[in-house]
Design a protein around this ligand. Structure first.
Ligand SMILES: Cc1ncc(COP(=O)(O)O)c(C=O)c1O
Length: 390
């Protein structure tokens, strides 16, 4: 909503959180998407390179801003200085979704935060890893070339979406989290040490693999968040979903996310978890995939999205109807549909649904570790489309 005053198109990483698509609905901006790199083995999406962003911006002279995510759900950190340089050279601000990086910059072992690296606007879910109350977050305005333009626009947009009765409880919890980060050098170091201990044990025990050890292969990743422990469980003979279920049920250890091939554990900034408990829980897991001789290989080839006919806002505001998948081909989607893995939206509101996309969504939904977020039913047999007049 802030950047709608600066242009017509948001140049945006395709694998953004659904809240960004909601932002497109609110702002009415068109979107030009930049594909992230994908680890086809793991079935996960990473970030975008400065080169890919520059190409996308060059194709859209009406660009309002560039929008990227760093770090990723798996802790992959993007080259924010280069991305900011590319955006600024094109005369637009860089917005960074740093939802998972509220702790960045507060300890020498943490990556630098996007704000200090030239980003113009940074969203930070302080409640995720920095310990403020759920629902509280921060929006940071950078002190860069767009600060004066953006500040009044932020005030205006913020007034529009905020409650007129701000919660002192949430605000105080943000301040408390800020204080803990700013003064918690020792505790933050202990959190990193705990995560290092787990990673070292996983490497030396040899059954599982550490996903971030493979990050140097990807041109968009410059660093890994040390507080994320992404474990390739499939290498150890068990799917991520099954590993997560058992670790939670048998050991009361909650991991943040599971995919068909991995679990991602996170250590809260400033907390010192019982590392032995997690290491033992992990290595006590059975190896059902190995026993059955079917260690699933995930190979993801994404279908090309259909052309965009309406903005996300226009699609959202239109009348809709549910149709059978076969009838949906050639119609305009009213929903966001994202197949997991790797969770990159395959269809967005306003885009034409293609036969190739439906085939991909249905195949993913039918796989043991796959599902389609946003679908009307688990098998994707029906889709919500814009009800255009005949
Ligand atoms: C990358 C990313 N951005 C934004 C969000 C939304 O953050 P919040 O829960 O603070 O609304 C999430 C939530 O998981 C996320 O993963």
């Amino acid at each position: 909503m802030v950047t709608a005053a600066l242009g017509r198109t948001l140049v945006v990483q395709r694998s953004v959180h659904s809240s960004v698509i909601d932002g497109l609905v609110l702002s009415g901006l068109k979107a030009a998407f930049v594909q992230p790199s994908v680890d086809a083995e793991q079935g996960i999406a990473h970030g975008v390179t400065a080169g890919a962003l520059a190409t996308a911006i060059a194709q859209h002279p009406d660009a309002a801003a560039a929008y990227i995510v760093s770090p990723s759900y798996f802790g992959a950190v993007a080259d924010v200085p280069s991305l900011a340089a590319v955006a600024h050279a094109a005369g637009i601000p860089l917005i960074v979704d740093e939802a998972w990086g509220a702790h960045f910059g507060f300890h020498p072992r943490f990556p630098a935060n996007a704000l200090s690296q030239g980003a113009d606007l940074v969203t930070s879910s302080t409640h995720k890893l920095a310990g403020s109350l759920t629902q509280s977050a921060m929006l940071h305005l950078g002190d860069g070339p767009f600060a004066d333009v953006l500040e009044p626009l932020i005030d205006r947009a913020f007034r529009l979406v905020q409650s007129t009765s701000a919660s002192a409880l949430l605000l105080a919890s943000l301040d408390r989290a800020r204080m803990t980060l700013a003064g918690g050098h020792e505790a933050l170091g202990a959190s990193v040490e705990a995560a290092d201990t787990v990673r070292a044990a996983i490497r030396s025990l040899g059954r599982f693999a550490v996903v971030s050890d493979d990050f140097p292969r990807f041109p968009d990743i410059v660093e890994a968040d040390p507080l994320r422990i992404a474990v390739d469980t499939r290498a150890g003979g068990i799917s991520g979903h099954e590993a997560r279920r058992r670790i939670s049920r048998d050991h009361q250890v909650m991991v943040e996310v599971a995919t068909g091939s991995a679990v991602v554990a996170v250590v809260g900034a400033g907390s010192s978890p019982d590392t032995d408990r997690f290491i033992e829980a992990l290595h006590g897991l059975p190896s059902p995939l190995r026993d059955s001789g079917t260690v699933e290989r995930l190979r993801v080839t994404l279908p090309q999205p259909g052309p965009s006919r309406l903005t996300a806002r226009e699609a959202f505001m239109s009348p809709t109807r549910a149709v059978h998948a076969a009838e949906a081909v050639g119609l305009i989607s009213a929903d966001t549909l994202a197949a997991y893995p790797p969770g990159i939206p395959n269809v967005l509101p306003g885009e034409v649904i293609t036969a190739e996309t439906i085939r991909f969504l249905q195949l993913t939904a039918a796989a043991p570790s796959g599902h389609v977020r946003g679908a009307l039913d688990p098998g994707v047999t029906r889709l919500l489309v814009v009800d255009t007049p005949a």
